[in-house]
Design a protein around this ligand. Sequence first.
Ligand code: NDP
Length: 460
Amino acid sequence: MSTIEATLHSNEQKAKQYVKNVYHATEQRNPHETEFLQAVKEIVDSLVPVLARQPQYMESGILERLLEPEKVISFRVPWVDDQGKVQVNRGYRVQFNSALGPYKGGLRFHPSVNESIIKFLGFEQIFKNSLTGQPIGGGKGGSDFDPKDKTDMEIMRFCQSFMTELYEHIGPDTDVPAGDVGVNAREIGYLFGQYKKLRGTFEAGVLTGKGLEYGGSLARTEATGYGLVYFVQEMLKDNGLEFNGSTVIVSGSGNVSIYAMEKAAEFGAKVVACSDSDGCIYDENGIDLDTVKELKEAGNERISAYTESHPNAKYLDDCSSIWSIPCDIALPCATQNEIDEETAKALIANEVKAVGEGANMPSTNEAIDVFRNNDVLFAPAKAANAGGVAVSALEMAQNSSKLMWSFEDVDARLQDIMKDIYQNSMQAATDYGTPGNLVAGANIAGFIKVADAMIAQGVI
Ligand code: NDP
Protein backbone atom coordinates (compact mmCIF):
# COMPACT_ATOMS: atom_id res chain seq x y z
CA MET A 1 0.00 0.00 0.00
CA SER A 2 1.43 3.43 -0.97
CA THR A 3 1.62 6.26 1.58
CA ILE A 4 -1.32 8.03 -0.09
CA GLU A 5 -3.40 4.86 -0.06
CA ALA A 6 -2.52 4.24 3.58
CA THR A 7 -3.57 7.79 4.53
CA LEU A 8 -6.84 7.43 2.63
CA HIS A 9 -7.52 4.11 4.31
CA SER A 10 -6.82 5.51 7.74
CA ASN A 11 -9.03 8.58 7.04
CA GLU A 12 -11.83 6.30 5.95
CA GLN A 13 -11.60 4.31 9.18
CA LYS A 14 -11.65 7.58 11.14
CA ALA A 15 -14.66 8.83 9.16
CA LYS A 16 -16.56 5.59 9.75
CA GLN A 17 -15.84 5.75 13.47
CA TYR A 18 -16.83 9.44 13.59
CA VAL A 19 -20.15 8.75 11.85
CA LYS A 20 -20.81 5.80 14.16
CA ASN A 21 -20.09 7.90 17.27
CA VAL A 22 -22.20 10.82 16.09
CA TYR A 23 -25.12 8.57 15.20
CA HIS A 24 -24.89 6.79 18.55
CA ALA A 25 -24.93 10.13 20.39
CA THR A 26 -27.93 11.23 18.31
CA GLU A 27 -29.79 8.05 19.23
CA GLN A 28 -29.09 8.66 22.91
CA ARG A 29 -30.25 12.26 22.76
CA ASN A 30 -33.41 11.53 20.75
CA PRO A 31 -34.33 8.00 21.88
CA HIS A 32 -37.97 7.95 20.76
CA GLU A 33 -37.64 9.85 17.50
CA THR A 34 -37.68 6.93 15.07
CA GLU A 35 -38.45 8.89 11.90
CA PHE A 36 -35.78 11.48 12.68
CA LEU A 37 -33.20 8.78 13.40
CA GLN A 38 -34.11 6.97 10.15
CA ALA A 39 -33.53 10.15 8.12
CA VAL A 40 -30.25 10.82 9.94
CA LYS A 41 -28.95 7.29 9.36
CA GLU A 42 -29.67 7.44 5.65
CA ILE A 43 -27.70 10.65 5.29
CA VAL A 44 -24.73 10.23 7.61
CA ASP A 45 -23.78 6.78 6.31
CA SER A 46 -23.47 8.14 2.79
CA LEU A 47 -21.16 10.95 3.92
CA VAL A 48 -18.23 8.72 4.94
CA PRO A 49 -16.32 9.18 1.64
CA VAL A 50 -16.63 12.98 1.90
CA LEU A 51 -15.50 13.08 5.52
CA ALA A 52 -12.58 10.79 4.71
CA ARG A 53 -11.40 13.00 1.88
CA GLN A 54 -12.03 16.31 3.69
CA PRO A 55 -11.22 15.65 7.38
CA GLN A 56 -11.69 19.37 8.15
CA TYR A 57 -15.42 18.62 8.30
CA MET A 58 -14.86 16.22 11.18
CA GLU A 59 -12.43 18.60 12.88
CA SER A 60 -15.03 21.37 12.86
CA GLY A 61 -17.68 19.09 14.39
CA ILE A 62 -19.89 19.57 11.40
CA LEU A 63 -22.21 16.61 11.90
CA GLU A 64 -22.73 17.29 15.60
CA ARG A 65 -23.86 20.80 14.64
CA LEU A 66 -25.93 19.76 11.63
CA LEU A 67 -27.89 17.18 13.60
CA GLU A 68 -28.98 19.64 16.26
CA PRO A 69 -31.74 22.02 15.10
CA GLU A 70 -30.95 25.70 15.57
CA LYS A 71 -34.34 26.11 17.27
CA VAL A 72 -37.32 23.91 18.11
CA ILE A 73 -40.48 25.84 18.85
CA SER A 74 -43.48 24.00 20.29
CA PHE A 75 -46.69 25.74 21.25
CA ARG A 76 -50.30 25.31 22.35
CA VAL A 77 -52.98 25.94 19.74
CA PRO A 78 -56.37 26.47 21.41
CA TRP A 79 -59.41 26.96 19.18
CA VAL A 80 -63.20 26.77 19.41
CA ASP A 81 -65.16 24.23 17.35
CA ASP A 82 -68.61 24.80 15.80
CA GLN A 83 -70.30 23.45 18.94
CA GLY A 84 -68.57 26.14 21.02
CA LYS A 85 -66.25 23.59 22.65
CA VAL A 86 -62.61 24.45 23.27
CA GLN A 87 -60.13 22.18 21.48
CA VAL A 88 -56.38 22.12 22.00
CA ASN A 89 -53.72 20.98 19.53
CA ARG A 90 -49.96 21.16 19.56
CA GLY A 91 -48.04 23.26 17.05
CA TYR A 92 -44.39 23.01 16.01
CA ARG A 93 -41.80 24.88 14.01
CA VAL A 94 -38.34 23.37 13.76
CA GLN A 95 -35.83 25.92 12.45
CA PHE A 96 -33.14 23.46 11.52
CA ASN A 97 -30.46 25.28 9.58
CA SER A 98 -30.05 28.80 8.24
CA ALA A 99 -26.55 28.58 6.76
CA LEU A 100 -27.79 29.15 3.19
CA GLY A 101 -30.71 31.50 3.81
CA PRO A 102 -33.96 31.92 5.76
CA TYR A 103 -35.48 28.68 7.07
CA LYS A 104 -37.80 27.29 4.42
CA GLY A 105 -40.15 24.32 4.53
CA GLY A 106 -43.80 23.42 4.76
CA LEU A 107 -46.39 23.09 7.49
CA ARG A 108 -48.11 19.72 7.91
CA PHE A 109 -51.52 19.37 9.59
CA HIS A 110 -52.15 15.69 10.26
CA PRO A 111 -53.01 13.68 13.41
CA SER A 112 -49.73 11.73 13.12
CA VAL A 113 -47.59 14.87 13.50
CA ASN A 114 -45.12 14.82 16.39
CA GLU A 115 -41.67 16.25 17.06
CA SER A 116 -39.89 13.31 15.42
CA ILE A 117 -41.81 13.68 12.16
CA ILE A 118 -41.26 17.42 12.01
CA LYS A 119 -37.55 16.96 12.77
CA PHE A 120 -37.11 14.31 10.06
CA LEU A 121 -38.84 16.55 7.54
CA GLY A 122 -36.85 19.61 8.63
CA PHE A 123 -33.57 17.72 8.51
CA GLU A 124 -34.20 16.40 4.98
CA GLN A 125 -35.27 19.88 3.94
CA ILE A 126 -31.77 21.28 4.63
CA PHE A 127 -30.22 19.08 1.95
CA LYS A 128 -33.12 19.35 -0.47
CA ASN A 129 -33.06 23.13 -0.32
CA SER A 130 -29.31 23.16 -0.79
CA LEU A 131 -29.70 20.98 -3.91
CA THR A 132 -32.12 23.46 -5.51
CA GLY A 133 -29.28 26.02 -5.73
CA GLN A 134 -31.61 28.63 -4.19
CA PRO A 135 -30.63 30.71 -1.11
CA ILE A 136 -32.83 28.92 1.44
CA GLY A 137 -32.15 27.16 4.74
CA GLY A 138 -34.14 24.22 6.12
CA GLY A 139 -37.15 24.12 8.43
CA LYS A 140 -40.51 22.45 8.88
CA GLY A 141 -43.57 22.81 11.05
CA GLY A 142 -47.10 21.69 11.62
CA SER A 143 -49.64 20.40 14.06
CA ASP A 144 -51.45 17.22 15.09
CA PHE A 145 -54.66 18.98 14.03
CA ASP A 146 -56.75 16.84 11.63
CA PRO A 147 -58.37 19.03 8.96
CA LYS A 148 -60.47 16.10 7.69
CA ASP A 149 -64.14 16.46 8.59
CA LYS A 150 -63.64 19.99 9.92
CA THR A 151 -65.78 22.82 8.62
CA ASP A 152 -64.30 25.75 6.80
CA MET A 153 -64.85 28.01 9.83
CA GLU A 154 -63.17 25.52 12.16
CA ILE A 155 -60.17 25.39 9.86
CA MET A 156 -60.03 29.18 9.75
CA ARG A 157 -60.19 29.49 13.54
CA PHE A 158 -57.49 26.85 13.91
CA CYS A 159 -55.21 28.59 11.38
CA GLN A 160 -55.71 31.95 13.09
CA SER A 161 -54.79 30.52 16.48
CA PHE A 162 -51.79 28.66 15.01
CA MET A 163 -50.47 31.85 13.41
CA THR A 164 -51.07 33.89 16.58
CA GLU A 165 -48.41 31.70 18.20
CA LEU A 166 -46.11 31.38 15.18
CA TYR A 167 -45.97 34.90 13.78
CA GLU A 168 -43.23 36.19 16.09
CA HIS A 169 -40.86 33.50 14.81
CA ILE A 170 -41.27 33.95 11.05
CA GLY A 171 -40.75 36.63 8.41
CA PRO A 172 -39.61 37.02 4.78
CA ASP A 173 -35.92 37.09 5.83
CA THR A 174 -36.23 34.79 8.85
CA ASP A 175 -38.40 31.79 8.16
CA VAL A 176 -40.81 31.25 5.28
CA PRO A 177 -43.31 28.39 5.76
CA ALA A 178 -45.35 26.81 2.93
CA GLY A 179 -47.93 24.03 2.63
CA ASP A 180 -47.52 20.27 3.01
CA VAL A 181 -49.97 17.48 3.85
CA GLY A 182 -53.25 19.04 5.04
CA VAL A 183 -52.10 22.58 4.24
CA ASN A 184 -53.11 23.88 0.83
CA ALA A 185 -54.05 27.26 -0.65
CA ARG A 186 -57.06 27.67 1.66
CA GLU A 187 -55.03 27.17 4.86
CA ILE A 188 -52.18 29.34 3.54
CA GLY A 189 -54.77 32.08 2.89
CA TYR A 190 -56.07 31.97 6.48
CA LEU A 191 -52.53 31.85 7.89
CA PHE A 192 -51.43 34.77 5.73
CA GLY A 193 -54.49 36.86 6.66
CA GLN A 194 -53.79 36.42 10.37
CA TYR A 195 -50.07 37.18 9.95
CA LYS A 196 -50.92 40.38 8.08
CA LYS A 197 -53.38 41.44 10.78
CA LEU A 198 -50.90 40.80 13.60
CA ARG A 199 -47.97 42.51 11.88
CA GLY A 200 -49.97 45.36 10.39
CA THR A 201 -48.01 45.16 7.11
CA PHE A 202 -48.37 43.28 3.84
CA GLU A 203 -45.30 41.06 3.71
CA ALA A 204 -45.99 38.81 0.74
CA GLY A 205 -42.72 36.92 1.18
CA VAL A 206 -43.58 35.45 4.59
CA LEU A 207 -45.40 32.40 3.20
CA THR A 208 -45.33 30.59 -0.13
CA GLY A 209 -48.06 28.63 -1.85
CA LYS A 210 -50.27 31.73 -1.70
CA GLY A 211 -53.26 32.39 -3.93
CA LEU A 212 -52.44 34.07 -7.24
CA GLU A 213 -54.42 37.19 -6.27
CA TYR A 214 -52.08 38.08 -3.40
CA GLY A 215 -48.55 37.09 -4.34
CA GLY A 216 -48.65 33.41 -5.26
CA SER A 217 -46.63 31.99 -8.14
CA LEU A 218 -48.02 30.34 -11.22
CA ALA A 219 -46.96 26.66 -11.42
CA ARG A 220 -46.43 26.34 -7.64
CA THR A 221 -49.41 23.98 -7.39
CA GLU A 222 -47.99 21.75 -10.11
CA ALA A 223 -44.32 22.11 -9.12
CA THR A 224 -43.64 19.07 -6.92
CA GLY A 225 -45.45 16.56 -9.14
CA TYR A 226 -44.14 18.02 -12.40
CA GLY A 227 -40.64 18.35 -10.93
CA LEU A 228 -40.67 14.69 -9.90
CA VAL A 229 -41.52 13.61 -13.43
CA TYR A 230 -38.87 15.93 -14.93
CA PHE A 231 -36.28 14.41 -12.60
CA VAL A 232 -37.29 10.81 -13.27
CA GLN A 233 -37.32 11.54 -17.00
CA GLU A 234 -33.62 12.55 -16.80
CA MET A 235 -32.83 9.35 -14.94
CA LEU A 236 -34.75 7.21 -17.45
CA LYS A 237 -33.14 8.95 -20.41
CA ASP A 238 -29.66 8.27 -19.05
CA ASN A 239 -30.56 4.59 -18.97
CA GLY A 240 -32.20 4.28 -22.38
CA LEU A 241 -35.75 4.33 -20.99
CA GLU A 242 -38.67 6.80 -21.14
CA PHE A 243 -42.14 7.51 -19.77
CA ASN A 244 -43.64 7.14 -23.22
CA GLY A 245 -45.28 3.71 -23.43
CA SER A 246 -44.59 2.87 -19.76
CA THR A 247 -47.11 1.73 -17.17
CA VAL A 248 -47.00 3.89 -14.06
CA ILE A 249 -48.55 3.70 -10.58
CA VAL A 250 -48.71 6.72 -8.27
CA SER A 251 -49.68 6.38 -4.62
CA GLY A 252 -51.81 9.05 -2.97
CA SER A 253 -54.23 11.37 -4.73
CA GLY A 254 -53.22 14.68 -3.21
CA ASN A 255 -51.27 17.62 -4.58
CA VAL A 256 -48.05 15.79 -5.46
CA SER A 257 -49.78 12.70 -6.88
CA ILE A 258 -52.24 14.57 -9.09
CA TYR A 259 -49.58 16.61 -10.88
CA ALA A 260 -47.17 13.69 -11.12
CA MET A 261 -49.96 11.74 -12.86
CA GLU A 262 -50.72 14.69 -15.11
CA LYS A 263 -47.14 15.14 -16.33
CA ALA A 264 -46.43 11.41 -16.64
CA ALA A 265 -49.55 11.04 -18.82
CA GLU A 266 -48.49 14.07 -20.85
CA PHE A 267 -45.15 12.31 -21.47
CA GLY A 268 -47.03 9.32 -22.90
CA ALA A 269 -47.19 7.03 -19.86
CA LYS A 270 -50.29 5.07 -18.90
CA VAL A 271 -51.03 5.76 -15.22
CA VAL A 272 -53.13 2.82 -14.03
CA ALA A 273 -53.43 3.28 -10.26
CA CYS A 274 -53.58 5.80 -7.44
CA SER A 275 -54.79 5.70 -3.83
CA ASP A 276 -55.79 7.46 -0.62
CA SER A 277 -55.38 6.37 2.98
CA ASP A 278 -58.40 4.03 2.71
CA GLY A 279 -57.68 2.13 -0.52
CA CYS A 280 -56.57 2.27 -4.13
CA ILE A 281 -58.10 2.22 -7.59
CA TYR A 282 -56.79 0.25 -10.53
CA ASP A 283 -57.98 1.34 -13.96
CA GLU A 284 -56.39 -0.74 -16.69
CA ASN A 285 -57.49 1.78 -19.32
CA GLY A 286 -55.56 4.54 -17.61
CA ILE A 287 -56.76 6.74 -14.73
CA ASP A 288 -59.18 9.51 -15.71
CA LEU A 289 -57.45 12.42 -13.98
CA ASP A 290 -60.36 14.83 -14.34
CA THR A 291 -62.42 12.54 -12.14
CA VAL A 292 -59.64 12.29 -9.55
CA LYS A 293 -59.32 16.09 -9.53
CA GLU A 294 -63.06 16.48 -9.08
CA LEU A 295 -63.09 14.06 -6.17
CA LYS A 296 -59.96 15.24 -4.42
CA GLU A 297 -59.17 18.83 -5.46
CA ALA A 298 -62.65 20.22 -5.81
CA GLY A 299 -64.41 17.88 -3.38
CA ASN A 300 -63.59 16.13 -0.16
CA GLU A 301 -64.38 12.60 -1.40
CA ARG A 302 -62.80 9.19 -0.97
CA ILE A 303 -60.97 7.67 -3.93
CA SER A 304 -63.39 4.70 -3.86
CA ALA A 305 -66.01 7.03 -5.42
CA TYR A 306 -64.00 6.83 -8.69
CA THR A 307 -65.62 3.48 -9.49
CA GLU A 308 -69.10 5.08 -9.48
CA SER A 309 -68.33 6.84 -12.77
CA HIS A 310 -65.81 4.20 -13.96
CA PRO A 311 -67.40 0.81 -13.23
CA ASN A 312 -64.63 -1.06 -15.03
CA ALA A 313 -62.04 0.19 -12.57
CA LYS A 314 -61.30 -1.96 -9.52
CA TYR A 315 -61.26 -0.64 -5.95
CA LEU A 316 -58.93 -2.42 -3.52
CA ASP A 317 -59.86 -1.84 0.07
CA ASP A 318 -56.30 -1.36 1.37
CA CYS A 319 -53.97 1.42 0.31
CA SER A 320 -50.87 -0.80 0.37
CA SER A 321 -52.42 -3.10 -2.30
CA ILE A 322 -51.33 -0.55 -4.89
CA TRP A 323 -47.80 -1.97 -4.77
CA SER A 324 -49.00 -5.38 -5.96
CA ILE A 325 -50.13 -3.87 -9.28
CA PRO A 326 -47.58 -4.52 -12.05
CA CYS A 327 -45.83 -1.41 -13.39
CA ASP A 328 -42.66 -0.18 -15.08
CA ILE A 329 -42.38 2.95 -12.96
CA ALA A 330 -43.60 3.44 -9.37
CA LEU A 331 -44.00 6.94 -7.96
CA PRO A 332 -44.75 6.85 -4.20
CA CYS A 333 -46.35 10.25 -3.52
CA ALA A 334 -48.41 9.72 -0.35
CA THR A 335 -46.49 9.50 2.91
CA GLN A 336 -43.36 8.30 4.75
CA ASN A 337 -42.46 4.60 4.95
CA GLU A 338 -45.15 3.40 2.53
CA ILE A 339 -42.63 1.06 0.86
CA ASP A 340 -40.85 -1.41 3.12
CA GLU A 341 -38.52 -4.28 2.25
CA GLU A 342 -41.33 -6.72 1.41
CA THR A 343 -43.14 -4.15 -0.74
CA ALA A 344 -39.92 -3.40 -2.60
CA LYS A 345 -39.50 -7.13 -3.30
CA ALA A 346 -43.08 -7.35 -4.59
CA LEU A 347 -42.44 -4.48 -6.99
CA ILE A 348 -39.28 -6.18 -8.22
CA ALA A 349 -41.13 -9.48 -8.71
CA ASN A 350 -43.44 -7.49 -11.01
CA GLU A 351 -40.39 -6.18 -12.89
CA VAL A 352 -40.47 -2.54 -11.87
CA LYS A 353 -37.68 -0.64 -13.64
CA ALA A 354 -37.65 2.69 -11.82
CA VAL A 355 -38.89 4.22 -8.57
CA GLY A 356 -39.18 7.99 -8.06
CA GLU A 357 -40.01 9.34 -4.62
CA GLY A 358 -42.56 12.17 -4.63
CA ALA A 359 -43.41 11.91 -0.94
CA ASN A 360 -40.80 12.54 1.75
CA MET A 361 -39.01 9.33 2.81
CA PRO A 362 -41.64 6.96 1.36
CA SER A 363 -39.13 4.09 1.23
CA THR A 364 -37.52 2.59 4.30
CA ASN A 365 -33.72 2.29 4.25
CA GLU A 366 -34.12 -1.50 3.81
CA ALA A 367 -36.37 -0.96 0.78
CA ILE A 368 -33.80 1.37 -0.78
CA ASP A 369 -31.13 -1.32 -0.36
CA VAL A 370 -33.41 -3.85 -2.08
CA PHE A 371 -33.95 -1.51 -5.05
CA ARG A 372 -30.26 -0.73 -5.38
CA ASN A 373 -29.17 -4.35 -5.04
CA ASN A 374 -31.58 -5.32 -7.82
CA ASP A 375 -30.53 -2.57 -10.24
CA VAL A 376 -33.85 -0.72 -10.03
CA LEU A 377 -33.29 2.94 -10.94
CA PHE A 378 -33.99 4.92 -7.79
CA ALA A 379 -34.68 8.67 -7.50
CA PRO A 380 -34.58 9.73 -3.81
CA ALA A 381 -37.08 12.26 -2.45
CA LYS A 382 -34.52 14.82 -1.42
CA ALA A 383 -33.62 15.36 -5.05
CA ALA A 384 -36.70 14.18 -6.92
CA ASN A 385 -39.36 16.12 -5.01
CA ALA A 386 -37.36 19.33 -4.64
CA GLY A 387 -39.41 21.04 -7.38
CA GLY A 388 -41.99 22.30 -4.88
CA VAL A 389 -39.57 24.14 -2.67
CA ALA A 390 -37.61 25.34 -5.71
CA VAL A 391 -40.70 27.07 -7.07
CA SER A 392 -41.45 28.36 -3.57
CA ALA A 393 -38.05 30.06 -3.73
CA LEU A 394 -39.05 31.47 -7.14
CA GLU A 395 -42.24 32.74 -5.50
CA MET A 396 -40.07 34.53 -2.91
CA ALA A 397 -37.99 36.06 -5.72
CA GLN A 398 -41.16 37.29 -7.47
CA ASN A 399 -42.47 38.73 -4.18
CA SER A 400 -39.32 40.65 -3.43
CA SER A 401 -39.12 42.07 -6.95
CA LYS A 402 -42.92 42.70 -6.98
CA LEU A 403 -43.19 40.91 -10.32
CA MET A 404 -45.22 37.95 -11.52
CA TRP A 405 -43.70 35.57 -14.03
CA SER A 406 -45.70 33.58 -16.60
CA PHE A 407 -46.52 29.90 -16.11
CA GLU A 408 -44.16 29.01 -18.98
CA ASP A 409 -41.33 31.00 -17.44
CA VAL A 410 -41.67 29.33 -14.02
CA ASP A 411 -42.10 25.89 -15.59
CA ALA A 412 -38.98 26.36 -17.75
CA ARG A 413 -36.96 27.37 -14.67
CA LEU A 414 -38.34 24.35 -12.81
CA GLN A 415 -37.20 22.04 -15.60
CA ASP A 416 -33.72 23.56 -15.55
CA ILE A 417 -33.51 23.23 -11.77
CA MET A 418 -34.56 19.56 -11.84
CA LYS A 419 -32.00 18.82 -14.58
CA ASP A 420 -29.28 20.56 -12.56
CA ILE A 421 -30.19 18.63 -9.41
CA TYR A 422 -29.98 15.39 -11.37
CA GLN A 423 -26.62 16.27 -12.94
CA ASN A 424 -25.10 17.56 -9.68
CA SER A 425 -26.23 14.47 -7.76
CA MET A 426 -24.84 12.14 -10.45
CA GLN A 427 -21.56 14.07 -10.51
CA ALA A 428 -21.19 13.94 -6.72
CA ALA A 429 -21.89 10.19 -6.77
CA THR A 430 -19.14 9.70 -9.35
CA ASP A 431 -16.68 12.02 -7.59
CA TYR A 432 -17.05 10.11 -4.33
CA GLY A 433 -16.79 6.60 -5.68
CA THR A 434 -20.42 5.47 -6.05
CA PRO A 435 -21.29 6.16 -9.70
CA GLY A 436 -25.03 6.07 -10.46
CA ASN A 437 -26.01 6.09 -6.77
CA LEU A 438 -28.40 9.03 -6.58
CA VAL A 439 -29.08 8.49 -2.87
CA ALA A 440 -25.44 9.08 -1.99
CA GLY A 441 -24.98 11.71 -4.71
CA ALA A 442 -27.91 13.86 -3.55
CA ASN A 443 -26.85 13.62 0.09
CA ILE A 444 -23.25 14.52 -0.73
CA ALA A 445 -24.02 17.39 -3.12
CA GLY A 446 -26.56 18.85 -0.65
CA PHE A 447 -24.20 18.41 2.31
CA ILE A 448 -21.05 19.99 0.87
CA LYS A 449 -22.67 23.35 0.19
CA VAL A 450 -24.25 23.59 3.64
CA ALA A 451 -21.12 22.36 5.42
CA ASP A 452 -18.89 24.87 3.59
CA ALA A 453 -21.27 27.72 4.41
CA MET A 454 -21.37 26.67 8.08
CA ILE A 455 -17.59 26.52 8.31
CA ALA A 456 -17.24 29.91 6.58
CA GLN A 457 -19.63 31.44 9.13
CA GLY A 458 -17.63 30.21 12.16
CA VAL A 459 -18.85 28.17 15.11
CA ILE A 460 -22.37 29.53 15.41
P1 NDP B 1 -51.85 15.94 0.31
O1 NDP B 1 -52.39 16.11 1.67
O2 NDP B 1 -52.28 16.86 -0.78
O3 NDP B 1 -52.09 14.45 -0.20
C1 NDP B 1 -51.66 13.31 0.48
C2 NDP B 1 -52.33 12.14 -0.19
O4 NDP B 1 -51.79 10.93 0.29
C3 NDP B 1 -53.82 12.08 0.07
O5 NDP B 1 -54.44 11.60 -1.07
C4 NDP B 1 -53.91 11.06 1.22
O6 NDP B 1 -55.17 10.40 1.31
C5 NDP B 1 -52.86 10.10 0.75
N1 NDP B 1 -52.37 9.20 1.79
C6 NDP B 1 -51.99 9.48 3.06
N2 NDP B 1 -51.53 8.38 3.65
C7 NDP B 1 -51.62 7.38 2.72
C8 NDP B 1 -51.29 6.02 2.71
N3 NDP B 1 -50.76 5.43 3.78
N4 NDP B 1 -51.49 5.32 1.56
C9 NDP B 1 -52.02 5.90 0.46
N5 NDP B 1 -52.36 7.19 0.42
C10 NDP B 1 -52.17 7.92 1.54
O7 NDP B 1 -50.25 15.99 0.48
P2 NDP B 1 -49.15 16.31 -0.61
O8 NDP B 1 -49.51 15.70 -1.89
O9 NDP B 1 -48.85 17.75 -0.53
O10 NDP B 1 -47.90 15.57 0.03
C11 NDP B 1 -47.65 14.17 -0.16
C12 NDP B 1 -46.22 13.87 0.21
O11 NDP B 1 -45.34 14.68 -0.59
C13 NDP B 1 -45.84 14.16 1.65
O12 NDP B 1 -44.84 13.23 2.06
C14 NDP B 1 -45.21 15.55 1.57
O13 NDP B 1 -44.35 15.83 2.64
C15 NDP B 1 -44.47 15.43 0.26
N6 NDP B 1 -44.12 16.69 -0.37
C16 NDP B 1 -45.08 17.61 -0.70
C17 NDP B 1 -44.73 18.77 -1.32
C18 NDP B 1 -45.75 19.75 -1.81
O14 NDP B 1 -45.36 20.71 -2.50
N7 NDP B 1 -47.02 19.58 -1.53
C19 NDP B 1 -43.31 19.12 -1.58
C20 NDP B 1 -42.39 18.04 -1.29
C21 NDP B 1 -42.80 16.90 -0.67
P3 NDP B 1 -56.34 10.89 2.30
O15 NDP B 1 -57.16 11.80 1.46
O16 NDP B 1 -57.03 9.63 2.66
O17 NDP B 1 -55.70 11.55 3.46
